[in-house]
Design a protein around this ligand. Structure first.
Ligand SMILES: [Zn+2]
Length: 171
């Protein structure tokens, strides 16, 4: 397990300005658990990606609205979606963690954080328009699979039991 101080002041940990309820929030606890537990290569890569490519977005539970300046880190580009060409605007990949997670068991929150960080690690495609469902499902499977190899089997198992009771809002 990585030293918590190292994680707290490392590049992959959320910038405090975006996450006002640092004191004891479950999402931050889960991020700490995942970042302490991932293998060294994953930790280094995530630190690199959160330095200038990705941003956490962890709104406080009681914050009802906000306008926030997210900085674009990717140039706009033309992407092929099926047989169409679509212009993507400059963007920044934002990792969103719902305030609803504050009311979930910490194992569920940890599974979600590991899963989203696996998407980041794998640099999964972020187009809003999915070229096809197979591609979407493949990315989902890959992210869960990586979370398992990172050592979060127990949390992901619990997540799946929990998820079995509510269908259809996987992130
Ligand atoms: Zn996902």
């Amino acid at each position: 397990m990585r030293d918590p101080e190292k994680v707290m002041f490392g590049q992959a940990f959320p910038y405090m300005g975006l996450s006002p309820d640092v004191e004891g929030g479950r999402r931050l606890m889960a991020i700490m658990t995942v970042l302490r537990g991932v293998p060294e290569d994953a930790y280094d890569r995530l630190c690199g990606l959160f330095t200038d490519k990705y941003i956490w977005f962890i709104p406080a539970y009681d914050e009802l609205g906000r306008v926030h300046p997210f900085h674009a880190t990717n140039d706009g580009e033309v992407v092929e979606i099926g047989d169409r060409q679509v212009m993507m605007m400059p963007s920044v990949p934002v990792v969103y963690l719902s305030p609803l997670l504050e009311q979930r068991a910490i194992s569920i929150v940890t599974a979600v954080v590991a899963h989203e960080l696996a998407h980041v690690f794998l640099r999964h495609s972020l187009t809003f328009i999915q070229p096809d469902m197979d591609d979407y499902n493949r990315q989902e499977d890959e992210a869960w699979e990586l979370g398992l190899t990172w050592g979060f089997e127990e949390q992901i198992k619990r997540y799946r039991l929990y998820r079995g009771r509510f269908r259809g809002e996987e992130g």
